[in-house]
Every structure is written in structure tokens, then in C-alpha cells.
Write a protein that binds this ligand. Structure first.
Ligand SMILES: *[C@@H]1O[C@H](CO)[C@@H](O)[C@H](O)[C@H]1NC(C)=O
Ligand SMILES: *[C@@H]1O[C@H](CO)[C@@H](O)[C@H](O)[C@H]1NC(C)=O
Ligand SMILES: *[C@@H]1O[C@H](CO)[C@@H](O)[C@H](O)[C@H]1NC(C)=O
Ligand SMILES: *[C@@H]1O[C@H](CO)[C@@H](O)[C@H](O)[C@H]1NC(C)=O
Ligand SMILES: *[C@@H]1O[C@H](CO)[C@@H](O)[C@H](O)[C@H]1NC(C)=O
Ligand SMILES: *[C@@H]1O[C@H](CO)[C@@H](O)[C@H](O)[C@H]1NC(C)=O
Ligand SMILES: *[C@@H]1O[C@H](CO)[C@@H](O)[C@H](O)[C@H]1NC(C)=O
Ligand SMILES: *[C@@H]1O[C@H](CO)[C@@H](O)[C@H](O)[C@H]1NC(C)=O
Ligand SMILES: *[C@@H]1O[C@H](CO)[C@@H](O)[C@H](O)[C@H]1NC(C)=O
Length: 528
């Protein structure tokens, strides 16, 4: 016999002595039963058992007799991943000391409505990941001590209006991943101690305006991944303590005025993946918000002062909207802003004042727009900029003053712009040569026009053996001149011009002197 078999026999012997069922393990008043071989509720369970844990079994039903032997001591029961499809009435009538019930991963479709009526001490009830499709309205009415209720990942499509009304100590209510279609006015009535409410991944379309009226201690509210089309203006009127509000992935096309005005403790909000077309002032009140995620919406404009109460925001994400206009004062008030993402929008221009008053900016993302021109003073007053993304725009050149303001930047991305390599490119070229390490993929910053310089790296323009410009009658002599100037380079040009001028001057003087002397000799000759 092998050691393992001895151990098993040993354990079985001990179990028999202590009255622990086969396939279970009993230790310190806790009993653990596991294995698909278990088809009936294990027995005998030691009468001192305080907690029982049943997992991965083939038990199909729970009945009152199962708990008879240890009902006086039982405080905790955990059942998971078992094939239970029925819990009989009165099963928990005698287990009145129960504080915790976990029942998840079963086949349960429903529960008897008076199942928990004797459980005055129950504080934790987890019924997630079953197949419950109906919540009897009186199922939870006696659970006055309940603090945590988890009904997530079931098949509930509605919640009876008074289902939670007696849960006056409830702090955490999890209803996510069901198919809940609507909430009643009074669904959360009386839950004044609730701190966390999870309603994400349901089918909610509208929410009654007074649904959250009593939730004065709410700190976290999950409403993301529903199909909410609009929010009543007064919905969050009583959530002074709310810190986290998740509304992403819904179908909101607007936010009513005043909606977030009374949330002074809000630190996080998610609004991405909606259909927001505009933001009005009077949307955001003073709050502690640090990040604002608004990507994947349909915003077209940002008006003056829309964010002006958000004085703590550090990250503003407006990516993937359709923004074509940003008012000069749109970002007023965002004194702490460090990072702004505006990429993949429809911007063609930016007002030079748009980032004024954002002294702490370290990162600006503007890629994938159609920006044609960057104002010289765009970065005035921004001293800590670290990263600037301008790739995939419609830029043909950058002004020198703007480039000079980039001297502290660590990374600039400039690829995929139609750079025009005429005299206007000189400031950019000089800058690239001075700071090649600041530019990501610097050799991919290439000319787009004129055609015969296309795809030539701007930084290599001078040293590149340029194709000899072939002069044809249609060629524009100005372009030719510009090209020559580029080939020669502005500095070299200056020196050459100076040299030529000097040479001409010296030669002229020599010629003059020679002529004068000859003249003199000639005249002397004539005189003589
Ligand atoms: C088990 O329960 C009994 C009776 O309540 C108690 O006397 C004993 O100390 C408990 N043992 C442990 C290890 O908790
Ligand atoms: C558990 O029950 C399922 C379905 O009734 C059955 O297919 C499976 O063989 C059972 N497992 C054991 C170990 O009896
Ligand atoms: C199932 O129960 C066991 C024992 O109580 C526990 O350790 C495990 O985390 C549970 N698994 C799930 C998925 O709830
Ligand atoms: C959920 O309940 C509906 C009826 O309300 C039923 O048609 C559907 O099959 C159930 N889904 C699951 C996964 O049990
Ligand atoms: C919900 O409350 C509002 C305002 O108090 C009321 O007008 C409406 O009729 C109520 N709806 C239901 C279904 O009770
Ligand atoms: C800022 O908050 C105040 C007070 O809640 C509000 O009256 C004002 O309209 C808000 N401003 C903006 C621009 O939203
Ligand atoms: C460039 O930006 C446009 C939008 O302006 C976008 O459709 C396209 O996918 C972007 N190209 C790349 C390579 O990211
Ligand atoms: C740099 O440019 C090359 C050629 O355009 C491209 O294949 C590569 O992915 C770029 N690298 C980075 C880091 O952008
Ligand atoms: C420039 O480069 C692009 C992509 O690398 C290529 O498709 C195009 O043909 C090139 N144009 C010229 C004029 O070389």
C-alpha cells in the first residue's frame, strides 16, 4: 500500500472517531465537503459544526433535516458549484445563528418566499451566479441584520418594489449581471446605510427620478453597461457622499442641467461610450473629481466654462468624439490638469488661448485630427510639458516660436503630416537637427510636398543627395529656388552670399585700381 492510501485510511479513521462524513474533512468546528461523488447531503456532521463548506458536489436538494444535527451551532454555510436545484421550505428555520450564507454556482431558479424568515442574525447573503429568475417580494423581509446582499449573475428581470424595504442595515447591494429592465420608485426605499450599489450589466433603460432618494450614504454607484437613454435631473440630488459613479456604456445623448451639481465628494465618474452630443454648463458642480473619461461619445463642441468647477481634475479624456470646435475658455478652471487627450476628433484648428491657465499640463494628445496650423503661442505658460502627440494631422509646417516653446518636452510625435518642404520648413528642420532625440521616429517625419521631395526625411534633407531638379517649362522657378535654398541650407547660403559679395567687392576694387593705374599711365603717356 502506498503512503497516500495510508493517509486516506488514517483520515477516514479519524473522521469516524469524530463523526465526520466520508469525503468530508472536519477541523476546528468547520466541515468541508467536496467532490462530485457526493450526491446526498453528507451525514453525520459533527454537532459542534459552526461552518460548513460544500463545493463541487452533485447534491441536488437542501432540506430541513440536513441541518438538524448542528442547527444550534451553525453560523456559516458555503455552497458553491453544486447541482442544487431546490431548497425546500423551512430548511433554515432552526439555524437561527446563521450569519453567513453563500450559495453560488447552482441550478437554483427560485427560492421559497419564507426561506430566510428566522435568520435575524444573517449579515452576509450571497446568492450570485445561480439561475434565479424571480425574487419573491417577502424573501428578504426578516433580514434586519443583513449588511451584504449579492444577487449578481442571476436571471432577474425585475425587482419587486418592496423587496429590500426591511434591510435597514444593508451596506452593499449587488445586482449586476442580471436582466433587470426597470426599477420602481421605491425599490431602494429606506436603504439609508447603503454604501455600494451595483446595477451594471443589466437592461435598465430609465431610472425613476426618486429611485436613489433615500441612499444618503451611498459612496459607489455602478450603472455602466445598461441601455439608459436619459437621466432625470434630480436623480443624484441626495448623494452628498457619493465618491464613484459609473455611467459608461449606456445610451445617454445628453446630461440634464444640474445632474452632477450636488456631488461634492465625487472622485470618479465614467461617462465614456455613450452618445453625448453636448455638455452644458451647470453639469458639473464643485467636486473632488480627479479623472474625467468622456471618450467614445459624439461631442462636437466644447463651450466656455463647461468644466470650470472641476478644479481637482488631473486627467481629461475626450478621445474619439467629433469635436471640431473648442472655445478658448472651454478648459477654464482645470488648474490641476496634467493630461488632456483630444485625439481622434475633427479639429482643424486650435485657438492659441485654449490651453491657457493649464500650467501643470505634462501631456497633450492631439493625434488623428485634421489640424492644419498650430498657433505660435499655444503652449505659452505651460512649462512642464513632457509629451506632445501631433501625428496624423494636416500640418504643413510649425512656427519657430512654437518650436522654441518645446525645448523642455521629452517626446514629440510628428509623423503622418503633409509637411511642405519649402522655406517654411526651415524652423522645423533646424529644431529636428537640434533635438533629434525628442522626436519619436525622427526619420519618419518626411516631406509630403513638393512631389520630388516626397518621403524624404526632413532631418536629412540637406545631406540627402537630392534628385537634380529637372527643369521643364512647366516647372515653377520659385519652387526651384526654394529647393536650391534647401539644398544649400540657410546658413551656408548666408556664408556663400557673403563670400560672393566680398569676392565681387575685392575683384572690383582690384579692377578699379588696375584701371585707374592704366588710365593714369595712359594719361601720363598722353601728357608726355
Ligand atoms: C468548537 O466548539 C466548541 C463548542 O462550541 C468549543 O468549545 C470549542 O472551543 C470549539 N473549537 C474550536 C477549535 O473553535
Ligand atoms: C454528477 O451528476 C451529473 C449529472 O447528473 C452526472 O453526469 C455525473 O456523472 C455525476 N458525477 C458523479 C461523480 O456521479
Ligand atoms: C467555493 O468554496 C470553497 C470552499 O468554501 C472556496 O474556497 C472557493 O473560493 C469557492 N469558490 C467559488 C467560485 O465561490
Ligand atoms: C432567464 O429567464 C427567462 C425567462 O424569464 C428564460 O427565458 C431564460 O431562458 C432564462 N435564462 C437562463 C440562462 O436561465
Ligand atoms: C414615482 O414617483 C413619481 C414622483 O414622486 C410619481 O409621479 C410616479 O407616479 C411614481 N411612479 C410609480 C410607478 O409609482
Ligand atoms: C459650478 O457649481 C455651482 C454650484 O453648484 C453652480 O451653480 C454652477 O452653475 C457651476 N458652474 C458651471 C460652469 O457648471
Ligand atoms: C488618422 O486619422 C484619421 C481621422 O482623422 C483616422 O480615421 C485614421 O485612422 C488615422 N490614421 C491612423 C494611421 O491612425
Ligand atoms: C517608425 O517608422 C517606421 C516606418 O514608418 C514604422 O514602421 C515604425 O513602426 C515606426 N516606429 C514607431 C515606434 O513608431
Ligand atoms: C511614399 O511612401 C508611401 C508609404 O511608405 C508610399 O506609399 C508612396 O508610394 C511613397 N511615395 C513616393 C513618391 O515615394
Amino acid at each position: 500500500m502506498e503512503l497516500g492510501q495510508y493517509i486516506i485510511i488514517g483520515i477516514c479513521a479519524v473522521n469516524v472517531v469524530w463523526g465526520c462524513p466520508q469525503q468530508c474533512h472536519c477541523k476546528d468546528n468547520a466541515t468541508f465537503c467536496m467532490g462530485y461523488g457526493i450526491k446526498d447531503f453528507p451525514s453525520p456532521i459533527p454537532s459542534t459544526t459552526k461552518s460548513i463548506h460544500i463545493s463541487y458536489t452533485n447534491i441536488s436538494s437542501l432540506k430541513p433535516a440536513d441541518f438538524d444535527a448542528f442547527s444550534e451551532t451553525l453560523t456559516k454555510i458555503t455552497i458553491n458549484n453544486s447541482r442544487i436545484n431546490e431548497v425546500q421550505r423551512h430548511t433554515f428555520d432552526k439555524t437561527h445563528k446563521l450569519t453567513t450564507i453563500v450559495c453560488s454556482g447552482t441550478e437554483l431558479v427560485s427560492l421559497p418566499e419564507d426561506l430566510f424568515q428566522k435568520l435575524r442574525s444573517l449579515t452576509f447573503l450571497m446568492l450570485s451566479n445561480n439561475k434565479l429568475n424571480k425574487l419573491p417580494s417577502s424573501l428578504l423581509t426578516s433580514l434586519q441584520s443583513l449588511k451584504i446582499l449579492d444577487l449578481s449573475k442571476n436571471n432577474l428581470s425585475s425587482i419587486p418594489e418592496n423587496a429590500f424595504q426591511d434591510l435597514i442595515h444593508l451596506e452593499k447591494l449587488m445586482l449586476q449581471r442580471n436582466g433587470i429592465r426597470e426599477l420602481q420608485n421605491g425599490t431602494f426605499h429606506g436603504l439609508t446605510k447603503l454604501k455600494i450599489l451595483s446595477l451594471q450589466n443589466n437592461n435598465l433603460k430609465v431610472i425613476p427620478g426618486n429611485a436613489f432618494e433615500d441612499l444618503v450614504n451611498l459612496e459607489t454607484l455602478h450603472l455602466q453597461n445598461n441601455v439608459i437613454t436619459n437621466l432625470p435631473a434630480e436623480l443624484f440630488g441626495h448623494q452628498q457622499k457619493l465618491q464613484k459613479l459609473y455611467l459608461s456604456n449606456n445610451q445617454l445623448s445628453f446630461l440634464p442641467e444640474g445632474i452632477f451639481l450636488k456631488l461634492p465628494n465625487l472622485q470618479q465618474i465614467s461617462l465614456y461610450d455613450n452618445q453625448l452630443q453636448s455638455l452644458s454648463i451647470n453639469t458639473f458642480g464643485p467636486m473632488l473629481l480627479r479623472d474625467l473619461w468622456l471618450y467614445d461619445n459624439m461631442l462636437t463642441r466644447l463651450e466656455e466654462n463647461v468644466f470650470s468647477n472641476l478644479t481637482h481634475v488631473r486627467l481629461l479624456v475626450l478621445t474619439r468624439n467629433q469635436i471640431s470646435h473648442i472655445s478658448p475658455g472651454a478648459f477654464n478652471g482645470l488648474n490641476e490638469l496634467e493630461e488632456i487627450s483630444l485625439h481622434t476628433n475633427c479639429l482643424t484648428s486650435l485657438d492659441e488661448r485654449v490651453f491657457r491657465g493649464l500650467p501643470k499640463l505634462v501631456k497633450i494628445s492631439l493625434e488623428n485630427n485634421k489640424i492644419q496650423y498650430i498657433p505660435e503661442k499655444l503652449l505659452d505658460g505651460i512649462h512642464y510639458l513632457y509629451q506632445l502627440e501631433l501625428q496624423n494631422n494636416s500640418l504643413t509646417s510649425l512656427p519657430k516660436t512654437f518650436l522654441d516653446s518645446l525645448s523642455n518636452v521629452d517626446s514629440v510625435v510628428l509623423t503622418e503630416n503633409p509637411w511642405r518642404c519649402d522655406h517654411g520648413i526651415v524652423p522645423l528642420q533646424d529644431w529636428l537637427k537640434k533635438y533629434p532625440d525628442k522626436v519619436k521616429n525622427v526619420t519618419s517625419v518626411v516631406c509630403f510636398s513638393p512631389l520630388d521631395l516626397r518621403n524624404i526625411s526632413i532631418i536629412n534633407l540637406f545631406s540627402h543627395p537630392l534628385p537634380i531638379p529637372t527643369f521643364t517649362p512647366s516647372d515653377n522657378s520659385a519652387v526651384l529656388f526654394e529647393k536650391e535654398e534647401l539644398i544649400i541650407g540657410s546658413l551656408e547660403m548666408h556664408m556663400i552670399i557673403t563670400a560672393v559679395v566680398c569676392t565681387v567687392a575685392i575683384v572690383s576694387i582690384i579692377i578699379c585700381v588696375v584701371c585707374w593705374r592704366q588710365n593714369k599711365q595712359d594719361s601720363q603717356k598722353t601728357v608726355i
